[in-house]
Design a protein around this ligand. Structure first.
Ligand code: SAH
Length: 397
């Protein structure tokens, strides 16, 4: 707050995006830099932290897509914002269990993480802490080998990840990126800004820009019908990069987050100790987040890849076979406490009132994965493309 108040007094109000960036990822005082409270003892809990089944089904999704794409001989798993590393760990366990399927594939893991604190937690979980910081001739800032023997590298930016056939994963990542907020007024679009309150010392408040800002001119779509809009240009840039990489080198991206398809207006909020927190109070001590606008992500893929979804988490997980997996785990667990825990976590993930409806899955895939290129000369060689798991109903033969 002191840092921001000084800045606001010296140079005037800042955009919500700049405020959010300072509060979350300022190198000295940002929330993710210092705290990054994912998990039960932190500020918010995420699906992979609730149940191992979540990550296992995502691991299966990647293997299924890898097989459908003709089993390429190398595969990079690239996770954006891996939190405590739990999701990667669950995926790697599935890869190990299916080692015979992946035996001819060279698998590596690439984690994009800005938080020094969280990258340390990820390194302990995934490698047992045996990592090499600042490896020479590498764009990675840390390297190690997973407990299952797979090389892992850490980067600050997706652009540092080497090119190649890759599966990207972004779970609760895009909602943490800075948004701009806009409001329609009688005089046209205005941007919502954060300023210091002149009446109360060290208190922040929202104000409207007196005139158009560069962001109002660039980020609002001409066909926009809402009166209040949130836009996350950084998410747009990252989706463009993912789409270009998939178009060039192949692979797929799976994005899972809470969000909407271009319908919601005011979703900027804070979380501290699992409770809603005023976004403007004590910046740097709470998680700040906004719903992901999937319609914007789809637009930003610019047709370089096909897109699927968003579909609700409970539908995606059901299509991935969560009910079968739950049955197996229940059968294998001897004690009542474990069974209750399994049923409770299933309910958290699937119940429409909990995480089942508000979380969505969205995918970027090469066009040829969904539409067969024309084979006019040899129509008989056209076998139907396998359906994309999760986005189609599960059929058990
Ligand atoms: N995917 C994890 C964690 C979600 S929290 C889970 O589902 O449990 C958001 C994550 O994104 C954290 O790891 C945070 O440090 C990281 N993060 C936030 N902003 C980032 C940025 N600009 N670049 C890279 N990582 C970022």
């Amino acid at each position: 707050l002191r840092h921001l108040a000084r800045k606001l007094r010296a140079s005037g109000p800042v955009t919500v995006a700049e405020y959010m960036r300072e509060a979350l990822t300022n190198p000295g005082q940002g929330y993710y830099t210092r705290r990054g409270g994912v998990g039960e003892s932190g500020d918010f809990i995420t699906s992979p932290e609730i149940s191992q089944v979540f990550g296992e089904l995502i691991g299966i999704w990647y293997i299924s897509e890898w097989m459908a794409m003709g089993k390429p001989t190398t595969l990079q798993l690239v996770e954006l914002g891996p939190g405590r590393g739990t999701l990667t760990e669950d995926i790697l366990r599935v890869f190990k269990q299916l080692a015979s399927v992946l035996s001819k594939c060279d698998v590596s893991v690439h984690l994009v993480e800005v938080s020094p604190k969280l990258s340390e937690i990820q390194a302990v979980l995934l490698t047992g802490g045996k990592v090499q910081p600042n490896p020479e001739d590498e764009s990675a800032y840390m390297k190690g080998i997973s407990k299952t023997g797979i090389p892992i590298s850490w980067y600050r930016d997706i652009q540092d990840v080497p090119p190649g056939y890759s599966f990207y994963l972004a779970h609760e990542f895009f909602d943490a990126l800075p948004i701009h907020k806009f409001q329609r007024t009688e005089r046209g679009w205005r941007e919502v800004l954060v300023d210091i309150d002149p009446e109360v010392p060290d208190q922040l408040r929202f104000v409207l820009s007196p005139s158009r800002t560069p962001a109002t001119q660039h980020f609002i779509q001409p066909e926009e019908t809402r009166d209040h809009v949130e836009v996350c240009p950084e998410a747009g840039v990252i989706v463009q990069r993912l789409a270009s990489r998939i178009e060039k080198d192949g692979g797929a991206a799976l994005v899972a987050d809470y969000g909407h398809d271009g319908t919601k207006t005011d979703t900027f909020r804070g979380f501290r100790n699992h409770k809603l927190h005023d976004v403007l109070s004590a910046p740097g001590t709470a998680d700040l987040t906004a719903d992901v606008d999937f319609s914007y992500l789809r637009k930003m893929a610019q047709g370089r890849t096909a897109t699927l979804g968003p579909i609700k988490q409970r539908v995606f997980l059901k299509n991935m076979g969560i009910d079968l997996r739950l049955q197996v785990l229940l059968q294998n667990s001897g004690d009542t406490a474990t069974r209750e825990q399994l049923l409770h976590s299933y309910d958290m993930l699937m119940n429409p009132e909990k995480m089942g409806d508000c979380f969505n899955f969205f995918a970027l895939l090469p066009h040829h994965r969904l539409v067969q290129p024309d084979k006019k000369d040899k129509p008989e060689s056209k076998s139907p493309l396998p359906p994309v798991a999760g986005f189609n109903e599960l059929l058990i033969k």
